[in-house]
Design a binder for this molecule. Structure first.
Ligand code: ADP
Length: 400
């Protein structure tokens, strides 16, 4: 089955066409700056990457362009539209309604629209992608895979905030978690790599990209995670502050004269690695600056590592230990320096890194010492595969 995986952001449309049975990627691409005059389409596999500058008014136009590229043109992947069997959409917020992925029908569209209250920046673009696909690929079954589903197994003591209970009842104020598709994929792979059945493994998963989150996966289910009602909570990130004293919010609003938009912008776009270093949200640039003697860049790196280290400790306590710790996403997969800083000094907790293995690059691999009681792994994430797999499972069941 060929599944087109769509990840629609506010001004982007990312896609991948995958044969689920063979896991072969048939096409890959992204439309960026959709809605502006300088939008472009970057596509093609490996060295054959192409870039077309094309004005794209909206997601509808972007989707039409993507389909044209898939069935026609220099990087065409299939002979005709009929060779695309299903579409899987990444949707950020599924609320309490979606503990698992779902086939997209009228009811699902209504529900995802309602859930936009909880994810005003993320669900509306996903809906634009869904509507565009419905228009350009009528009759092709579609599935929504939610970032939050994996964390619907959290118990109330893990997902409730110590605020008046009515806020949960009236407005759904609780922890939902994000990056669930990634945490699910890497925790499953970790159990496999460790040779422990998923239902018996205790894994700490660290998704460290521009957005960062940690989670505790015990016996095949998520028991805790660092992101909350929104993706702002938890770890320090590229531009987001993560967990801070909540009283800072009204204090800063007052002394800086900010309204809710202003303070949201400050915490989401101007904080984290960027806010502390003043250099960049990109760890590579921050590291370069630190190595050149920039003290604030060095501080940003130390703070980032300490935030992750604290969550490792929290989740060891939450699960009463761990069989494995997984690093994934841009920083987790690529920064040996950051992995070392995060885990240094944790030998007493049974976490012993092998500096030589940590310095090597590659795919799925162990980076802990052979005798480390807790195994440490790097596992490249593959959210697209999970979306394609869920789509395959649900669409196959439809035809039975
Ligand atoms: P997103 O959350 O946008 O998908 P990524 O998972 O691509 O982000 O992660 C982006 C982060 O990964 C950036 O901070 C970037 O600096 C970092 N990164 C990517 N490659 C490397 C590398 N080789 N060394 C250090 N950091 C890296």
């Amino acid at each position: 089955m060929n599944v087109l995986v769509i990840n629609a952001g506010s001004s982007s449309l990312k896609y991948q066409l995958m044969n689920v049975e063979t896991q072969e990627i048939l096409a890959i691409g992204i439309c960026e700056k959709v809605g502006s005059g300088d939008s472009f389409h970057k596509y093609g596999l490996g060295d054959a990457e192409r870039l077309d500058e094309t004005p794209l008014k909206d997601h509808d136009e972007a989707m039409a362009l993507v389909i044209e590229a898939l069935v026609d043109g220099p990087a065409k992947a299939v002979g005709s539209l009929s060779e695309i069997d299903a579409v899987g959409h990444r949707v950020v917020q599924g609320g309490q309604h979606y503990p698992v992925s779902t086939v997209i029908d009228e009811e699902a569209i209504e529900k995802i629209t309602e859930l936009s209250v909880l994810a005003p920046l993320h669900n509306p673009p996903a809906l634009m992608g869904i509507h565009a696909c419905r228009k350009h690929m009528p009759g092709v079954p579609m599935v929504a895979v939610f970032d939050t589903s994996f964390f619907q197994t959290l118990e109330p003591k893990a997902y409730m905030y110590p605020l008046p209970y009515e806020l949960y009842e009236k407005h759904g104020v609780r922890k939902y978690g994000m990056h669930g598709t990634s945490h699910r994929y890497v925790s499953e792979r970790a159990a496999d790599v460790l040779g422990i059945p998923y239902g018996k493994a205790r894994v700490i998963t660290l998704h460290l990209g521009n957005g960062c989150s940690a989670s505790a996966v015990k016996e095949g289910i998520a028991v805790d995670t660092s992101m909350g009602l929104t993706p702002l909570d938890g770890l320090m990130m590229g531009t987001r502050c993560g967990a801070i004293d909540p009283a800072i919010v009204p204090f800063v609003m007052e002394c800086e004269g900010l309204d809710t938009n202003g303070v949201n912008n400050l915490m989401n776009k101007k904080s984290g690695l960027l806010g502390i270093s003043g250099v960049s949200n990109d760890l590579r640039s921050v590291q370069e600056a630190a190595e050149a003697g920039n003290g604030r860049a060095a501080l940003a790196i130390d703070m980032y590592a300490k935030a992750v280290k604290k969550y490792v400790g929290i989740y060891l306590a939450v699960m009463g230990g761990a069989d494995g710790i997984v690093f994934t996403a841009g920083i987790g997969e690529n920064s040996a320096m950051m992995r070392e800083k995060i885990l240094e000094g944790l030998e007493g907790l049974g976490i012993v890194l092998d500096a030589g293995k940590n310095a090597l690059r590659g795919g799925e691999r162990f980076i802990s010492a052979d005798d480390s009681p807790v195994k440490v792994m790097v596992i490249p994430t593959n959210e697209e595969y999970m979306i394609a797999r869920d789509t395959f499972d649900l669409v196959s069941a439809l035809s039975k």
